[in-house]
Design a protein around this ligand. Structure first.
Ligand code: IMP
Length: 429
């Protein structure tokens, strides 16, 4: 198993950035396979801080970065990010960034509809990032999306825009929002085309070559399993499949190419946006986790909701995500808490269930069943070996492994790259 896929095992923001960065330094290629610029992570390399949303972290690590067909690409956002990274001294050229020619594009009308619909939903809003992700995926499935390769064909763009605008302007007008003019959009796309097309290619061919040459491929997931459009807390999810199986279809490879699946989970739980969250804490402990864990969204700046570790949820994420091993992050945030709770299942109208059911009504009623564990007073921050951890912290990690039915193969004990305890090298399978 030479390749590795990294996915979030909870509701996102598990600290994938640090783990991906660490693994990217040992890979040859880093591939984004789903999501768009709704994702966000911060990479610290030397004395530079890079904020990435759409660019694969490989670009920052001197590796080949690849944006697969499963990603929805906002060309303006991409070019803006490339400019920012370039202004920090890094080269981004067709030699180190490749884009699938069959990836769907996000146009200005997508965020417009995304936001208008969220406003119309009022208190039932999903809490999207407002970046047009949902509408762009809808267009892809509805077979009316404009794709990267279309940028080379003005006539294709023209007739596709007719179909898109028939749909969008009807909806936007109905929602009382400004509509779009075809010529303006066409000019916009034609101006972007020469900047985007040099990066585009039939990516599946390159992926096949890389694979046959034995290159180490790192698949960089965005969002997380519980935000998966099928397996997550629907409808409070993102619009792509976030599970590891998507790494293959989202980059033009077969399923056996994916290799070792590393699920990232925080030692507690957070969520941004709306939707069920059985172990959410509305008390001082929730506040403390948020403050200590600096739980603010990289993309939205919104404060994240915080709660106890939900082993039933992560177990579900491990199963549907195809997770072979877990990377547990932010254990140090729990330092000094006198007791810790782990959710082992839910009580719904008297019955005990070990998974979160699909029906929203049942999800809302799911009351967590907790196992209480003694906390630890010594600091775990910066620990670099298993022996550096307090006995209770080791017990906590071991109990998590039992409950989620997956080994913890990596433990991250601070934002610093070196503060990592590696139990098993994912690239070794
Ligand atoms: P969308 O992906 O913008 O449509 O948002 C749908 C849901 O996914 C919302 O609850 C967002 O807060 C959540 N979401 C999207 N991207 C991320 C992410 O990178 N981290 C955490 N939550 C995310």
């Amino acid at each position: 198993m030479a390749n590795v896929a990294v996915i979030g095992a909870q509701w996102g923001d598990e600290g994938k950035g640090k783990v991906v960065d660490w693994l990217a330094s040992r890979a040859d290629v880093v591939v984004r396979f789903q999501g768009g610029h709704n994702a966000g992570h911060t990479l610290v390399v030397g004395n530079q801080v890079y904020k990435l949303s759409l660019l694969p972290s490989g670009v920052v690590n001197g590796k080949l970065g690849v944006i697969g067909n499963g990603v929805v690409i906002d060309p303006e956002a991409l070019l803006g990010e490339i400019d920012r990274v370039r202004s920090q001294g890094l080269a981004v050229t067709p030699a180190n960034l490749r884009i699938a020619e069959n990836a769907a594009l996000i146009l200005p009308l997508h965020p417009a509809l995304d936001r208008a619909r969220e406003t119309a939903r009022g208190e039932h809003k999903i809490g999207t990032t407002g970046r047009g992700i949902g509408p762009a995926y809808e267009d892809k499935v509805a077979r009316r999306a404009i794709r990267v390769a279309d940028l080379a064909e003005p006539e294709t763009l023209s007739h596709k825009l007719d179909e898109l605008l028939l749909h969008y302007n009807t909806l936007l007008a109905g929602l009382g929002v400004e509509t779009f003019e075809k010529q303006k959009l066409l000019d916009h796309l034609l101006a972007l085309a020469p900047k985007i097309l040099p990066f585009a290619e039939p990516l599946w061919l390159r992926m096949d070559e890389l694979r046959r040459a034995g290159k180490r491929i790192l698949f960089e997931g965005a969002q997380a399993v519980m935000l998966d459009v099928d397996h997550g807390t629907y409808p409070f999810v993102t619009s792509s499949n976030t599970v590891a199986a998507t790494a293959a279809s989202g980059s033009g490879l077969g399923p056996s190419a994916v290799g070792f699946v590393l699920g990232i989970a925080k030692a507690y739980t957070t969520r941004v946006g709306s939707g069920p969250f059985p172990t959410e804490l509305h008390d001082a402990t929730g506040q403390l986790l948020g403050d200590r864990g600096q739980e603010f969204g990289t993309v939205t700046g919104r404060r994240r909701r915080c709660g106890w570790f939900d082993a039933a949820l992560v177990r579900q994420g491990v199963k549907v995500g195809g997770v072979h091993g877990l990377a547990l992050t932010k254990l140090d945030v729990l330092d000094g808490l006198p007791e810790l709770k782990i959710c082992t299942g839910y009580r719904i109208e008297g019955a005990l269930v070990r998974h979160l059911p699909a029906a929203p009504g049942a999800q809302a009623k799911a009351a967590p069943e907790y196992e209480v564990m003694e906390g630890w007073s010594a600091s775990t921050r910066g620990a670099r070996s298993w022996a550096d951890l307090p006995a209770q912290a080791v017990k906590y990690v071991r109990r998590i492994e039992e409950l989620v039915e997956a080994p913890v193969t990596l433990l991250s004990t601070s934002p610093e790259r070196e503060d990592t305890i590696l139990m098993k090298d994912p690239f070794e399978g």
